[in-house]
Design a protein around this ligand. Sequence first.
Ligand code: MV4
Length: 502
Amino acid sequence: MFKKVLIANRGEIAVRVIRACRELGLDTVAVFSKADREALHVRYASEAYLLGPAPSRESYLRGDKILDIAKKCGAEAIHPGYGFLAERDDFAKEVEDAGLVFIGPRPSAIAAMGDKAVARATVTAAGVHVVPGTEGEGDMTDDEIIAIAPQIGFPLLIKATAGGGGKGMREVTTAEELPDLIQAARREAEAAFGDGNVYLEKLVPNARHIEIQILADSHGNVIHLGERECSMQRRHQKLLEESPSPFIDDELRQRMGEVACKAAKAVDYLNAGTIEFLVDKDQQFYFLEMNTRLQVEHPVTEFVTGIDIVKEQIRIARGRKLRWSQEEIQMNGWAIECRINAEDPYNNYLPSTGLITQSILPTGPGVRVDSGVYAGFHISPYYDSLISKLICWGETRGEAILRMRRALDEYRILGVKTNIPFHQNILASHRFLAGHYDTRFVEERFSMDDTQIEKEDLTPIAAIMATLVAHRHSQQASQIVRRGSRDESNWKWSGRWERMNR
Ligand code: MV4
């Protein structure tokens, strides 16, 4: 039974894992780069060790150094968080070979789900529906792909087998453009993953991106914790997630949950994982891929199920049985997460770096902030722009939304630009209030310059919902609408305050 855990990550997720370890009475070891000497995860851990220079390749991606540190300081388990080494089956294997516990899935499951063509073939064999497309797991030549494309039908997508997250993806509308687009996709995949292998899937139009959280123990038990709606994204970066999804009813949730557990069992899955589905407008759903890690948006599931997923990951890694049967899992209320990024939504979401001069966090009933920063911390350009997550719970979706609007109003971060105004606009948009959005919403129907957005196409329910919110909170609503324009926002006031106090 391990007593000391090394957290191979940084930022808010390292802090999150340290918190779980401390509540379980475990000692914690942080690792950090030169840019993170003053980081929160370094302060919160029982011990901390320098990995190297700021770039990830020389620090958080140095599995060899991290293993050396673990051995030297007597850490008996490693939690990888998300990103960096979390889905590297070779790293998970090295951890195991060193006699340490990898708090995550087995290397074989990471590898099987990491190759998207292998994942498709494996879950298909287990009876899980994937989007129609190429079959099998071997590398395909251009000619093989071109030959099979008409059988799948256009429009279709070229995807990288080593991919995920949209890299190396190309939309193809006609057979003529296929050869060039295969080449382009291969080049992009080769550059991003060192692997130019690609496969085809029929395009599912107007899809929603909905994922199911699962937990699997080492005794063969697999349960699901319901879904997260992840369609609010821009350029494959999720920005806001909610659980449950406004699009999913109890019956569909149960069916998707059962399929998700089946997909996990197909790779003998262990620990926490997420099955991504595309759900079309007729509520047909298709397996897309499995994320073999703890995800950024796990807190919304924690809020509605009351389960601490990170503590559960640690218990599973210690060989414990899951403490709930599927029937005991209940979803209570509604949770929404806003990803707070250091970026400028008024300037093409350009990353923003610098010293955080002030940080006032929202608190109060139903509000959770998972933050990796504090006033006095310097945001460097080396890592992703996520600096914190604001998660709000309500008895109903309406209450969760109103609470999120209140919390966003309370939140003050000075020194760097953040996407808080973006979230305020999203939470005032009729389409979001109505729950009518798919993966194209932000890029195709949303603008930071609009004051009143998305008035058209309202269903009666949407209109009622929007009116209800507007009526009960007319003053806040009108303020939020004004805040959509740069000139009248109180963020301008914040900026002035900041300049005065520099
Ligand atoms: C798709 C799709 C439509 N049809 N596959 C994008 C990232 C990768 N995980 C899968 N992605 C998609 N796959 C088929 N067959 C549409 C997307 C997609 C998308 C998926 C989830 C969230 C946002 C998205 C934005 C654009 C496209």
